[in-house]
Design a protein around this ligand. Sequence first.
Ligand code: C2O
Ligand code: CU
Ligand code: CU
Length: 427
Amino acid sequence: NTDPKTFEMDLEARIEELELVAGLKTPAWTYDGSIPGPFVRANVGDRLIVHFRNALPEPTTIHWHGLRIPAAMDGAAEHSQPAIQPGETFTYDFVLPDAGLFWYHPHVHSAAQLGFGLYGALLVDDPTEPADLGDELVLVLSDMAIRDDGSLQDPQTGLDFGTLFGREGDLLLVNGRKNPVIQARAGRRQRWRLVNAAKSRYFQLAMKEHTFTRIGSDGGFMEKPVESAALVLAPGERADVLVVPRGAPGSTFAVRWVPYDRGYGTTFNRPEEEVFRVRLTDEAEVTETPRPKTDRVITPLDLAGATPITLDLTQGEVDGKMVMGINGVPSWEAVPVPAMVGETQVWTVKNTMDFDHPFHLHGFFFQPLDASLAPIHPMEWKDTVNVPVDGTGRFAVRYDDRPGMWMFHCHILDHADAGMMGMLDLQ
Ligand code: C2O
Ligand code: CU
Ligand code: CU
């Protein structure tokens, strides 16, 4: 039965003391008192109504990352909606247009608010997709900076060395927990839906003696699956991967964070670290069933007559203060990129800085055009792509009928807050 349903929920942003590190109380910023916030799951075509209340001491909004919804519901503070003041409410109301794993987070002081714990996952199912891809798990990856007394490290320090690089927290979290253990049956395929919800950290995951078969990314299934030993997720990106756990009943294996070189002193030379552990149940190995086909026809956008847009991710100086920007100017001085409903554009995003920037466009999926954007490259729909040091990201986007002001920015949120953000003026 695929008749559209309506999901109506209340959601409150508030500070709540949580024990994120054993024995310490942390005044975390939460949706409904938990990290991550409530997990929302619905089908394509369903309507979601969220009665939101801001019980934080500062303004906020909710941005629905990756959803192709009207601009007025996008949560881009001061552009598509006024920020929601402390004590105020706002009702988000939209239809879910696409299947995939999406997520929600604030769009005011994003690095701080998200880094303090405000994020959650939203899974949209397509009832016609192949059944039995495996035991499904949604894994929200993040990190947090907590001081020895349990307080949160205040990330609102302006642009300094930390913000320039993009600050990482020492505490790695999976669904709000440090190094959790997940259960699996040997030989029984698992489907992991992952989102990198960290404000700056790249997650490169690896396992000994296991590989990832990636079947989907930001905008649902990819043209064809890709198998790899490591999986890199820049902030904001999602992956849909299949893993076949192997080993003796009762044994365990680790999924590790391994350093990813994003330039400029590479992630402060952090050592490898276990992110979560898989424990095989005591049951005997199950016979592996063949993997259903998830191949998806993605028709390349017609680029004849497409408008070229060129952007350069840079740093600059305003009144003697260093800022991050696009084409040399910070967001508050940028001229919007003009676009028309129905138009196709080819964006060339250059990175002339010393470190990688994950580039994100609100409200629309795009088609990456060349391998500079990803090491392995079947056709896929993306909303966030990594643009490497001295690299260029090219992608094509076609605008459907949702006029308004749409943001694009680096998803290292310290960079976005420092000015690496621009607006698309769609008319
Ligand atoms: Cu997750 Cu402006 O985005
Ligand atoms: Cu977004
Ligand atoms: Cu950046």
